[in-house]
Design a binder for this molecule. Structure first.
Ligand SMILES: *[C@@H]1O[C@H](CO)[C@@H](O)[C@H](O)[C@H]1NC(C)=O
Ligand SMILES: *[C@@H]1O[C@H](CO)[C@@H](O)[C@H](O)[C@H]1NC(C)=O
Ligand SMILES: *[C@@H]1O[C@H](CO)[C@@H](O)[C@H](O)[C@H]1NC(C)=O
Ligand SMILES: *[C@@H]1O[C@H](CO)[C@@H](O)[C@H](O)[C@H]1NC(C)=O
Ligand SMILES: *[C@@H]1O[C@H](CO)[C@@H](O)[C@H](O)[C@H]1NC(C)=O
Ligand SMILES: *[C@@H]1O[C@H](CO)[C@@H](O)[C@H](O)[C@H]1NC(C)=O
Ligand SMILES: *[C@@H]1O[C@H](CO)[C@@H](O)[C@H](O)[C@H]1NC(C)=O
Ligand SMILES: *[C@@H]1O[C@H](CO)[C@@H](O)[C@H](O)[C@H]1NC(C)=O
Ligand SMILES: *[C@@H]1O[C@H](CO)[C@@H](O)[C@H](O)[C@H]1NC(C)=O
Ligand SMILES: *[C@@H]1O[C@H](CO)[C@@H](O)[C@H](O)[C@H]1NC(C)=O
Ligand SMILES: *[C@@H]1O[C@H](CO)[C@@H](O)[C@H](O)[C@H]1NC(C)=O
Ligand SMILES: *[C@@H]1O[C@H](CO)[C@@H](O)[C@H](O)[C@H]1NC(C)=O
Length: 765
């Protein structure tokens, strides 16, 4: 959300640019209008879920007592206390619903926690942490009386390596992202907060996401199979977990704006995936009145947009059916009841920084969880000469501005904004990076900088430090036992990154390594960071991707550097040797056309699927990460559950949220034993990759994070569902179980194979 723009200005600019490009009529533009029409919007009924059904019966009862104006009011935003506020119907006891950012902590408020970004939660490969993250966020949102939290994120998924918002999601794989969506939605909604799965759909870049001076927004053009198997896949998991709201995205899909794309909203979301909740526009993402209502949008934000009085008129003149408006309002009110928000939900306590108010401290003991995720999501990629864990060094050198507190990271304080961003620039933070910028940014109430946490620890060991946060060629003290260099890479909503490296940091690392034979590099990056300009330097003994850890940054990195926590984080994206290895998936489109097109020609082959297909050796593959221990894998077994292996799942009415329940039937269990063969207790993250016939070579279809004491063995079981073993059949419009031989690979990353097996499937009908 955010970034206001002038619709009129955009339209004028659009007209002139359309003419400049030689088009005088939108329907002449290639690809225009290829999103098939799907009407009308299916009405929410509660589907097969008794909790939804009960919520609908109460909602429908209230809707029947509302005037036309009141129903219209419920479906629109108003300026108010929160970044989004719906209309009130006081005589029926319906309060304004309060909406707030951000995915990693409440934005712009006091006495709230700064959590790790979702990318770090993804890097933990830990379902339990995903749930607890959602739960802790839910406790904070509830504590502030915020009805709807604008999280979690599965779009962007990470198609473009330089995408400005990739760090807001769980990583560039639909299965990993789906696990994150599921866990976070359950955790959040267990606290009674309405979750918002966003951004639906194909929101894979920032450049030209909105209309502007150059013309319309870019159009993400993806084929039906790619939409299902890659981009909608994690949303299915959020829906199955009961998510009560979905946010449509800014850009166009097949040239139709996402918030008025009937194929996406009426077709995929509300018919095929049986969505019972409401679709909310991204802020300012509505581009038509009647068309968006009929295409399946239910709530416009942040103001009346093209609705309000226009909607009243449209219903009166029949352009929007009365039943559609009733459905829009019912979906919103039903979500409120579905989460039991009428049962003693706290008063909204959202304020501006200069407004007198009582303290509402919602942080509880969340710092402990934040520190735990910070340790679990830290990825060690290089460790030579036993550099790590540190052995109580008595003399440490620390370099780089990422080690210290930034001067003043709270830009533009208000009740909505005021995040961890500076000057809207990249890499100008001049301090440690704990989250990215834009609406996904959070507002820390304190930050433990890496330098301070290290200093505390060194002092405990009776040691000393030398430091320099500014110099690119700092003085290296010859007697230091280790030199730790902290670097970072900023990214933000509203623009894509221009590079995956930066000269200042690369030079700094190189300069320190030239004079320090034990140089350890720690990176806090909002996404992918390439490291090849120095990674093989013999004096660089250890390298850590420490992601975006939130307020406990310093404590979390000290835990890992000193071995209180053995690293088990895994890369949730592919790190290439050079940027050009990402090919056309590096940069956003640089098209200046009035109707810019982004054709997803690579289909299913993004990130590691792309590298595998084109035989490109990455620097560090998806799923990669080292430990302080070693592990042995054994006894891979495949056990058929005896479940239904017919070609297609049984036909059922499309009323179960998340889609046909048969897609989640477990058809096989794959088990493997993992033994800690090293000298320290540690977590290991075994991963299962599957070779589905007629699909990309290897795809993640299972993972777990297990704690093992020395010599301990545990059996890990990966359940494989019908969906995991299927591909989307574009002709049948259904998931088709594949038959034949499926390769099964269990290992410590997408390329570190430890155990293999084959599953042979034949149809039972
Ligand atoms: C735009 O082009 C289409 C197809 O050529 C045509 O049917 C339509 O009338 C045109 N509209 C305008 C406003 O010229
Ligand atoms: C977009 O167009 C492609 C190619 O025509 C089609 O397969 C896909 O279903 C369309 N999707 C949407 C949402 O319009
Ligand atoms: C619509 O909601 C606003 C904001 O809560 C409220 O001030 C207004 O009275 C409502 N209008 C109607 C017609 O109920
Ligand atoms: C369910 O949804 C699919 C995909 O949109 C559609 O092809 C099918 O006809 C629907 N089935 C029923 C029974 O409505
Ligand atoms: C109604 O539509 C017009 C443009 O068609 C717009 O200027 C106005 O702001 C809309 N909204 C409301 C709440 O009337
Ligand atoms: C009905 O009202 C809507 C909203 O003002 C307007 O856009 C539309 O053109 C009207 N339709 C007719 C047939 O009058
Ligand atoms: C950070 O701020 C310090 C002190 O103002 C300055 O000397 C240094 O050059 C800055 N570093 C960067 C990378 O901007
Ligand atoms: C690095 O060491 C070289 C000699 O080995 C010395 O000339 C240079 O000044 C040192 N640089 C720093 C920044 O310490
Ligand atoms: C590694 O560091 C030592 C100083 O500790 C230095 O003498 C040596 O030249 C460095 N190696 C490289 C390749 O820079
Ligand atoms: C990426 O964009 C930059 C300009 O921002 C351009 O110089 C470069 O050639 C592009 N790289 C690729 C691989 O398209
Ligand atoms: C995208 O695909 C369409 C349809 O195949 C084609 O006409 C158009 O030129 C492509 N656009 C770009 C920018 O490649
Ligand atoms: C692990 O097993 C090895 C070999 O049997 C043994 O030497 C070692 O003491 C065991 N370690 C622990 C912590 O039990």
């Amino acid at each position: 959300m955010m970034i206001a723009f002038s619709i009129l200005g955009a339209l004028l600019a659009l007209l002139s640019h359309t003419q400049a490009q030689g088009y005088t009529n939108a329907s002449e533009v290639p690809y225009y209008g290829l999103s098939p029409p799907v009407y009308p919007t299916p009405e929410g009924t509660g589907g097969t879920d008794p909790a939804w059904q009960a919520a609908y019966s109460r909602a429908r009862d209230l809707i029947s007592q509302m005037t036309l104006e009141e129903k219209v009011n419920v479906t629109r935003g108003h300026t108010g206390q929160c970044v989004g506020n719906t209309g009130t119907v006081s005589h029926l006891g319906i309060p304004p619903l309060c909406f707030s950012d951000a995915p990693d902590g409440i934005r712009g408020q006091e006495f709230v926690s700064s959590f790790p970004a979702q990318i770090m939660v993804g890097a933990s490969f830990d379902r339990d942490l995903m749930y607890r993250y959602g739960k802790a966020l839910g406790e904070e949102y509830r504590g502030k009386g915020i009805n709807s939290a604008l999280l979690p994120v599965a779009g962007p998924l990470g198609r473009m390596a330089r995408g400005g918002r990739n760090w807001e999601g769980f990583g560039a794989d639909p299965y990993l992202s789906g696990a994150g969506m599921e866990g976070v939605v359950r955790g959040l909604q267990d606290q009674g907060v309405i979750g918002t799965a966003k951004h639906f759909l194909l929101n894979e870049q920032e450049f030209r996401r909105n209309p502007g001076e150059l013309g319309e927004s870019m159009s993400s053009n993806a084929d039906d199979r790619t939409i299902h198997e890659l981009y909608a896949f994690p949303f299915m998991d959020a829906l199955r977990a009961g998510v009560a709201s979905v946010m449509c995205s800014y850009q166009r899909v097949n040239n139709s704006y996402s918030c008025q794309n009937s194929k996406l909203l009426n077709g995929i979301l509300k018919t095929e995936l049986g969505f019972q909740g409401f679709v909310v526009s991204d802020w300012g993402g509505q581009h038509s009145g009647v068309a968006s209502a009929n295409a399946g949008l239910d709530l416009v934000m942040p103001d009346g947009g093209y609705w309000g009085d226009n909607m009243t008129e449209a219903v009166n003149n029949g352009s929007v059916a009365d039943s559609r408006l009733n459905d829009m309002a019912a979906r919103i009110v039903a979500a409120y009841f579905y989460l039991d928000q009428d049962q003693g939900y706290p008063e909204t306590g959202v304020y501006t920084y200069d407004e007198q108010h009582e303290i509402i401290d919602v942080r509880s003991d969340h710092a402990t969880l934040i520190r735990e995720i910070g340790g679990a999501g830290t990825v060690l990629v290089k460790n030579t000469n036993n550099a790590l864990p540190l052995k109580k060094p008595r003399y440490l050198d620390v370099f780089g501005y990422d080690a210290k507190l930034p001067a003043s990271p709270w830009a533009n304080p208000s009740r909505f904004g005021g995040g961890y961003e500076v000057n809207f620039g990249w890499n100008t933070l001049n301090g440690t990076l704990v989250t990215g910028g834009g609406s996904g940014s959070n507002t820390p109430t304190y930050v433990v900088a890496p330098f301070h946490a290290l200093q505390d620890r060194v002092l405990k060991d009776g040691g000393m430090m030398r430091w320099d946060f500014d110099e690119v060629n700092p003085l290296v003290y010859a007697n230091a036992e280790a030199c730790i260099v902290f670097i970072n890479a900023y990214a933000s909503e509203s623009f894509d990154r221009t590079t995956l490296q930066d000269d200042f940091s690369d030079e700094l690392v190189h300069n320190v390594a030239t004079n320090c034979s034990n140089t350890i590099v720690v990176m806090h990056d909002a996404g992918i960071r390439v490291v090849d300009s120095w990674i093989d330097h013999p004096n660089i003994t250890a390298v850590v991707y420490a992601m975006l850890p939130g307020q406990e940054s310093g404590n979390a990195i000290v835990d890992v550097l000193y071995g209180n926590v053995s690293p088990s984080g895994r890369l949730p994206f592919t790190v290439a040797k050079k940027e050009s290895d990402y090919g056309h998936l590096l940069n956003s489109t640089i098209s200046f056309a009035a109707f810019p097109q982004q054709n997803f020609t690579e289909g299913l082959y993004i990130d590691y699927r792309y590298f595998d297909k084109h035989n490109i050796t990455p620097r560090y593959e998806f799923g990669y990460g080292l430990s302080y221990s070693t592990f042995a894998y054994g006894n891979l077994e495949v056990i058929a559950t005896g479940g239904d292996t017919s070609e297609y799942p049984p036909r059922v009415p499309n009323v179960t949220q998340g889609g046909n329940a048969a897609l989640w039937e477990v058809l096989y269990n794959v088990s493997v034993s993992v033994t800690n063969t090293g000298e320290v207790a540690a977590h290991e993250v075994p991963q299962l990759y599957l070779q589905v016939p007629n699909a990309p070579e290897w795809q993640l279809r299972g993972f777990d994070r297990v704690f093992l004491r020395c010599n301990e063995t545990k059996t890990v079981v990966f359940p494989l569902t019908r969906r995991d073993l299927s591909i989307w059949d574009v002709v049948k419009q259904d998931w088709k179980l594949q038959r034949g031989d499926f390769g099964v690979m269990v290992g410590a990353s997408s390329r570190d194979v430890r155990q293999v097996a084959t599953i042979r499937i034949s149809y039972n009908d």
